[in-house]
Ligand binder design. Structure first.
Ligand code: NAD
Length: 499
């Protein structure tokens, strides 16, 4: 059995804890490898080495750190196929979708090339007589990232890019369900010029997460995953005096107004609801058509589109719309929630429960499902299903639809489909959700804006990537300086190189 270890001090190393977790091939259901789960002692030792390596890296000028990011972009493009193959084989998503996962991470690395500009401080000339005042952004030291299975390339890069570009050392604890790509990213960072020890990838489970939260050297933690774990990590990390930002689960609503282009809305819903088997925190899982006529016309358009979806292994290339879910346990949980929807009286108009794929009977495939007449008290409405299940909740009015999205405990993303600018504007202004799409189903902001939800989709201050990430991974120091007499040096005739 292939064994996956850790990336410590610039090389792959085997785990020493004796604890492992299975890594599946979700398309076949087979265990394809086992990943080492680090002990507290392994995590602490890697962190101590990272702290030593950070001193020199933090003192390296930002332009040089940015050049590592620049080289990394080239290497990611060079290895795109290899990375996508590894990603799909552990996650199950299609190859084009895996490339999208890598691309959205790459774009944040690209953004980090702007580190010298983003790290510039503030300066006030003559804040008082002979007094100047300036502030600088300094690295927080050693930061850590704990990431989920569903974007094994993108989210680790959203974390490591800004953290490293700001001059920190970074401990990445990726999902134990998709550990290979994060290790490949670490090897590419080394090839791009990152010094050994500055980036450590420690595979593990709760033990290594708790070790991160209790380690006194780690001063900042970024987490992405489910809401209960986000809350736990936020509480324990902040109680230990760390800066913590945690991004949690979602239940994203799309409101479809009577004046919307319903074909466009139906196409958008199918892509946003079923892409990546619904395993996206920005997936649309609830459609809210306004008015019975809109609902009927929408359902009529959704059914044939959903019935036509092609579900299969990533090895089928472009011929597949979505692949299996990540594990047998995830599949069982999705099917249980579907049964609860049926039991609570929702109308299952596309029933994928009997879905089977010849030759892949043991794979974790889930057929597509469409529920109509879902009500807000049902479990399938309240819980994040994280599977290929779209629920239609009918609303009588725009106000009712808006209120529904606002009352839901999650607030990651949302969308409205309409031709009316006034409604769209009102929606964007009033909704209590972090990322809004107007005739855009999955409004994931680009790297130079920031990503983050509201309500129980996010805990802590500041968003991911964009300028917020440079604030999160640095702290400000403000200096007040008076020089009663100038320091005189001899003339300097050549351009000086900044070292
Ligand atoms: P998860 O919460 O199970 O795991 C996330 C990380 O936490 C993993 O590294 C895991 O090892 C660790 N972990 C799991 N259980 C733990 C415990 N008891 N104690 C300490 N650490 C623990 O999430 P997942 O299933 O990998 O990912 C799917 C979830 O992530 C969904 O809820 C999805 O909405 C969410 N997500 C959110 C965003 C966002 O930006 N808001 C993005 C992607 C995914």
């Amino acid at each position: 059995m292939r064994e996956i270890g850790h990336w410590i001090n610039g090389q792959l190393v085997a785990g020493t804890s004796g604890k492992f977790a299975d890594v599946f091939n979700p398309a076949t259901g087979e265990v394809q490898a086992r990943v080492a789960l680090a002990s507290k002692a392994e995590l602490d030792a890697a962190t101590a080495d990272a702290a030593k390596a950070q001193v020199k890296w933090g003192a390296t000028n930002p332009q040089r750190r940015a050049r590592v990011m620049m080289a990394m972009v080239g290497l990611l493009n060079r290895d795109m196929e290899k990375l996508a193959e590894a990603l799909s084989s552990e996650h199950g998503k299609t190859i084009p979708d895996a490339k999208g996962d890598i691309q959205r991470g790459l774009e944040v690395i690209e953004f980090c090339i702007g580190a010298p500009h983003l790290l510039k401080g503030e300066f006030t000339d003559s804040a008082g007589p002979g007094i100047d005042m300036y502030s600088m952004r300094q690295p927080i030291g050693v930061a850590a990232g704990i990431t989920p299975f569903n974007f094994p390339a993108m989210i680790p890069m959203w974390k490591m890019g800004p953290a490293l570009a700001c001059g920190n050392a970074f401990i990445l604890k990726p999902s134990e369900r998709a550990p290979t790509v994060p290790l490949m990213l670490a090897a590419l960072m080394k090839e791009a010029g990152l010094p050994d020890g500055v980036l450590q990838v420690i595979n593990g489970d709760k033990e290594s997460v708790d070790a991160i939260l209790d380690n006194e050297t780690i001063s900042g933690v970024g987490f992405v995953g489910s809401t209960p774990i986000a809350q736990y990590i936020y509480a324990r990390g902040t109680a230990n005096g760390k800066r913590v930002q945690c991004f949690g689960g979602a239940k994203n609503h799309m409101i479809i107004m009577p004046d919307a282009d319903l074909d466009q809305a139906a196409d958008a819903l199918v892509g946003a609801g079923f892409g990546a088997a619904g395993e996206r925190c920005m997936a649309i899982s609830v459609a809210v058509p306004v008015g019975q006529a809109t609902a009927d016309a929408l359902i009529e358009r959704l059914i044939p589109r959903i019935e036509k979806l092609k579900v299969g292994p990533y090895t089928a290339g472009n011929d597949v719309d979505y692949g299996p879910v990540v594990t047998g346990a995830a599949k069982a949980n999705i099917l249980k929630l579907i049964e609860s929807g049926v039991a609570q009286g929702a109308n299952l108009v596309v029933d994928g429960r009997d879905f089977k794929l010849q030759g892949y009977e043991d794979g974790f495939f889930v057929g597509p499902h469409l529920f109509d007449n879902v009500t807000t008290d049902m479990e399938i409405y309240r819980k994040e299903i994280f599977g290929p299940v779209l629920s239609v909740v009918r609303a009588e009015s725009y106000e009712q639809a808006l209120g529904m999205a606002m009352d839901h405990e999650y607030g990651n993303g949302t969308a409205i489909y309409t031709r009316d600018g006034d409604t769209a504007r009102d929606f964007a202004a009033r909704i209590n959700v972090g990322m809004i799409g107007i005739n855009v189903p999955i409004p994931v902001p680009l790297a130079y804006h920031t990503f983050g939800g509201w309500k129980k989709s996010s805990f802590g201050d500041l968003n991911q990537h964009g300028p917020d990430s440079f604030r999160f991974y640095t702290r400000t120091k403000t200096i007040t300086a008076r020089w009663p007499s100038g320091i005189k040096e001899g003339g300097e005739f050549n351009f000086k190189q900044m070292e």
